[in-house]
Design a protein around this ligand. Structure first.
Ligand code: HEC
Length: 115
């Protein structure tokens, strides 16, 4: 076996072993951006969604300043998103999400809105 071929096999093996570990790590730490894109953007990003659902738009700092003040804390905002509030169903209707997934998505929304 040539040295190059040996290195190729070794790196392929390392890659194959690392992939499930990366997948597990991704599951353990919820990815706010990913959750947001899949479960929240349809109401909170598009002008269309925001108009029809009445959802506060992500990115509008003044809006989120006000909501944060009304709720009292980031944790209270997260609790509202998990339990549902007004016309927003609990977890935005994505019942397969864990509380931690929703929390990560709220943090992501706030980070996009100047917080
Ligand atoms: C079906 C549309 C819809 C989806 C999907 C949706 N939301 Fe909402 N969201 C709303 C509406 C409408 C409101 C405003 C509720 C009100 O105050 O009447 C809202 C409000 C919020 C608020 C502010 C809560 C407060 O205390 O005022 C947060 C935080 C929030 N959503 C997070 C999320 C997250 C995170 C997701 C995805 C997991 C999500 N939303 C998905 C419609 C949606």
């Amino acid at each position: 076996m040539t040295r190059n071929k040996f290195l190729t096999i070794i790196s392929a093996t390392v890659f194959l072993l690392a992939t499930p570990l990366l997948a597990m790590a991704a599951e353990a730490v919820p990815d706010g951006a990913k959750v947001y894109d899949q479960a929240c953007a349809k109401c909170h990003t598009s002008a269309f969604g925001a108009f029809f659902s009445g959802a506060p738009k992500t990115g509008k700092q003044q809006t989120w300043d006000r909501l944060l003040q009304q709720a009292g804390s980031v944790d209270a905002l997260i609790a509202n998103a998990n339990q549902g509030i007004g016309k927003m169903p609990a977890k935005g209707g994505a019942n397969d999400l864990s509380d931690e997934d929703v929390a990560a998505a709220v943090h992501y929304m706030l980070s996009k809105s100047g917080h």
